[in-house]
Write a protein that binds this ligand. Structure first.
Ligand code: 13P
Length: 249
């Protein structure tokens, strides 16, 4: 059975006090979701968030990490540093990292290897820009992103990997992919996995959708057979909205 997951990517939002306030609100939400629920605060607040959410059903995850174990990489954070503050899952390949911080497929392949070597779980993001969608290249672009960063792995690595399809044109824009567009792409991703690793791997990897998921559209998107949950940006900064989404299966 594939795992249903709703993960909140808080991006570069919320200082320590705001993080604590949001966590207090999250802990008040009584309707527990059937999905695995995760939140990704910024690095400086991971330890506090981990402490505050210990014993709850909400996992604290990181938004990024470096591929090196340690060393002269000013401003960076390693897998072992994340693990030392209770974090066992990391988001890699987010389009904002690719666009603003020049993260390439090669670099992401190294990050994937480093995370897996450290025993971490990965939410691996990818997605096409609007021009690719308009020109009909979206499947090719997504296939390349997946192949270049992940297809050197053996099939057992996929026990620790969740995929997140986030069309760049739908992130923070209020424009969501239609449930059919999401389903078509997720089915294509599963087919791509099946061609390389076989049906078993393809059927067991969770594939999340991200891009303007809100309480009023989550249910329809999550109802699609190949959509196993969501990676939520803006709406995850409001506890009530986030839990409405986490309960939209
Ligand atoms: P929005 O939900 O704000 O569109 O962001 C999606 C996202 O980038 C999650 O990683």
């Amino acid at each position: 059975m594939r795992k249903q997951i709703v993960a909140g990517n808080w991006k570069m939002n919320n200082d320590l006090a705001q993080t604590e306030a949001l966590i207090t609100e999250l802990k008040k939400q009584t309707k527990t979701s059937n999905a695995a629920v995760m939140v990704a605060p910024t690095f400086t607040n991971l330890w506090q968030a981990y402490q505050s959410l210990k014993g709850s059903n909400i996992e604290v995850i990181a938004q990024n990490m470096h591929f090196a174990k340690n060393g002269a990489y000013t401003g960076e954070v390693s897998a072992s540093m994340l693990k030392s503050v209770g974090v066992n899952t990391v988001i890699l390949g987010h389009s904002e990292r690719r666009e603003y911080f020049n993260e390439t497929d090669d670099m992401l392949a190294k990050k994937v290897d480093a995370a897996l070597e450290s025993g971490m779980n990965i939410i691996f993001c990818f997605g096409e820009v609007l021009e690719d969608r308009k020109s009909g290249n979206h499947e090719k672009v997504v296939e390349e992103q997946i192949k270049n960063a992940l297809f050197h792995l053996d099939s057992s690595s996929f026990f620790n990997i969740v995929l997140a399809y986030e069309p760049v044109w739908a992130i923070g824009t209020g424009e969501t992919a239609t449930p059919e567009q999401a389903q078509d792409m997720h089915a294509f991703i599963r087919k791509t996995l099946a061609n390389k690793y076989g049906a078993n791997v393809a059927e067991t990897v969770s594939i999340l959708y991200g891009g303007s998921v809100k309480p009023n559209n989550a249910q329809e998107i999550f109802s699609k057979p190949d959509v196993d949950g969501g990676l939520i940006g803006g709406a995850s900064l409001n506890a009530e909205d986030f839990f409405a989404i986490a309960n939209a299966f």
